[in-house]
Design a protein around this ligand. Structure first.
Ligand code: GDP
Length: 526
């Protein structure tokens, strides 16, 4: 095997998907702990401070208790390199999440034992299904009372349409929570509350028939034996091929906050989760072990570090090797750039990368030339596909308090819109700056960031735009005619693509009927 193939084979690049509050952040911390990224001491107690240390959360989300930004964390575990891509939990930021899910090879789903499958879990699963992303499942908070495990698995199977294969099984829950039984290893792992435990500190009792179990579990031992017999008869076995096809999910139980059941999850995850997968482009399929480097940008984040005013483009390496100072072609603009100082996301610090392999994420410094969806190669003309930009649902006009700050406002909006969560439209007929978003909260975020990061006071006021469509037409003449006729409702997006901004849905429908030769698109493929 080539060095590139070997390095690719040991990468595991994934995201955690869950409904807010299910325990994604807590689980992330514990996973980082196993990767040696954060120290054991202070982790359990100093939850708030580890939050700051390991990710770039903003002041605003701390106030609101939601994840606004997402980031990348890389850590070694056993002989693997794990890349964990954080996704924002709040639904106003779902586009960002969708695009992050295009950059992973698998996902881990966290479910709250008391709440079961929730709205956001369902949505995220739909996205995973689009690309048949394999899913591991962690059922969390077994230290609390929750629903019957069998009932939960039925719910996952029915609502999410994926078969469940329990790998660990809980012994009681809430006050009676005693640990988990590992169905594939035939061992009981005992739970000790309040101990941020690694698997090494957990007492393991081999064999379900072991009399030691009766001594420690009392009457729960017999209950467990009965239940396991039932579970074995009624549930699926862990079938790796079915998992990789996205048809079956291995299920683990535990308590993230007590760091229990997490290592069992991680051990199986690094073993069975897929290594970097081939990626589709407009020209051909790119295999990870190819010698030549390629990758695509799935996310851009402005001002990650307020001190440095940097804008980072997150690039997922799809093939080959990145080395420092290498030349890459930015295919969209046909330009070769020398990349000296890409960033890595190893553990808690952001340092410079010397090398990166398929599955890794590197951060490129962006000076306004990089866009979400951009492909970088070592010269080949190809474009990775499937990274969507959705038509926003809400539109507001930027109103500046101090007219002298117009330049700063334009710059701020341009830069913040590069991130892709909001989109900027400039009508052809006037100088308005119209911001489009999928959720109301985004306007607040942008206003606050304009204030903090660009020193611009700006409000967003409602305007009569109901929806937007990217327009295209094969025939240049007809397009010109459409441009003239529909001038009042046309705008340019950030990439100077033509967009029809409709005051009402009815108006849109009428325009579509009037100009049947023009295509109206609800998403723009980057
Ligand atoms: P996120 O919104 O999915 O990132 O969830 P968090 O990790 O922030 O967790 C939400 C809440 O659930 C927090 O108050 C956590 O302390 C709590 N929590 C997380 N894991 C557990 C667990 O295993 N048991 C209990 N009892 N609470 C937990």
């Amino acid at each position: 095997m080539s060095n590139i193939a070997q390095e690719a084979a040991r990468r595991r690049t994934f995201a955690i998907i869950s409904h807010p509050d299910a325990g994604k952040t807590t689980l992330t911390e514990k996973l980082l702990l196993f990767g040696g990224a954060i120290q054991l001491a202070g982790t359990v107690k100093g939850r708030k401070s580890t939050r700051h240390a390991t990710s770039d959360w903003m002041a605003m989300e701390q106030q609101r208790g939601i994840s606004v930004t997402s980031s990348v964390m890389q850590f070694p575990y056993k002989d693997r390199i794990v890349n964990l891509l954080d996704t924002p939990g709040h639904e106003d930021f779902s586009e960002d999440t969708y695009r992050t899910l295009t950059a992973v090879d698998s996902a881990m789903m966290v479910i709250d034992v008391a709440k079961g499958v929730e709205a956001r879990t369902i949505k995220l699963m739909e996205v995973c299904r689009l690309r048949t992303t394999p899913i591991f499942t962690f059922i969390n908070k077994l230290d609390r009372e929750g629903r019957e495990p069998i009932e939960l698995m039925d719910e996952v199977e029915e609502v999410l349409g994926i078969r469940c294969a329990p790998v660990t099984w809980p012994i009681g829950m809430g006050r009676r929570f005693k640990g988990v039984y590992h169905l594939l290893e035939d061992t009981v792992h005992l739970y000790q509350p309040g101990k941020g435990s690694t698997r090494q500190d957990v007492t393991e009792i081999p064999g379900l028939d072991n009399p030691e179990l009766d001594a420690v579990l009392g009457s729960q031992a017999a209950e467990l034996r009965d239940e396991i017999e039932l579970v074995k008869g009624a549930s699926n076995e862990f079938d790796v091929a079915a998992y990789l096809r996205g048809e079956l999910t291995p299920v683990f139980f535990g308590s993230a906050i007590n760091n229990f059941g997490v290592q069992e999850l991680l051990d199986y995850f690094v073993e069975y989760a897929p290594a970097p997968q081939p990626h589709v482009t407009d020209a051909r399929v790119v295999e990870p072990e190819e010698e030549k480097f390629s990758g695509f940008v799935f996310k851009i984040q402005a001002n990650m570090d307020p001190q440095h005013r940097d804008r980072i483009a997150f690039l997922r390496v799809c093939s080959g090797r990145y080395t420092r100072n290498m030349k890459m072609r930015q295919v969209r603009i046909g330009r070769d750039v020398q990349v000296a100082n890409a960033m890595t996301f190893m553990a808690a610090e952001r340092g410079q990368v010397e090398e990166a392999y398929p599955g890794d994420i590197i951060g490129l410094h962006n000076h306004g030339t990089i866009r979400i969806g951009d492909t970088f190669t070592q010269g080949e003309e190809l474009k990775f596909t499937g990274i969507p930009n959705f038509a926003p649902e809400l539109f507001r006009r930027a109103v500046l308090r101090d007219p002298m700050r117009m330049k700063a406002l334009q710059k701020g909006l341009d830069q913040l819109c590069e991130e892709g969560a909001t989109q900027l439209f400039r009508p052809l007929r006037n100088n308005d700056l119209i911001l489009g978003a999928v959720g109301v909260l985004q306007f607040e975020v942008v206003a606050q960031r304009l204030r903090d990061e660009y020193k611009v006071e700006c409000a967003f006021e409602p305007i009569s735009v109901a929806t937007a469509r990217w327009v295209a037409c094969e025939d240049d003449k007809l397009m010109q005619k459409f441009r003239d006729k529909a001038y009042e409702n046309l705008a340019l997006d950030q990439s100077d693509e033509l967009v029809y901004i409709a005051p009402t849905r009815v108006n849109l429908q009428m325009a579509q009927e009037r100009f049947p030769e023009v295509e109206f698109h609800a998403t723009r493929e980057h």
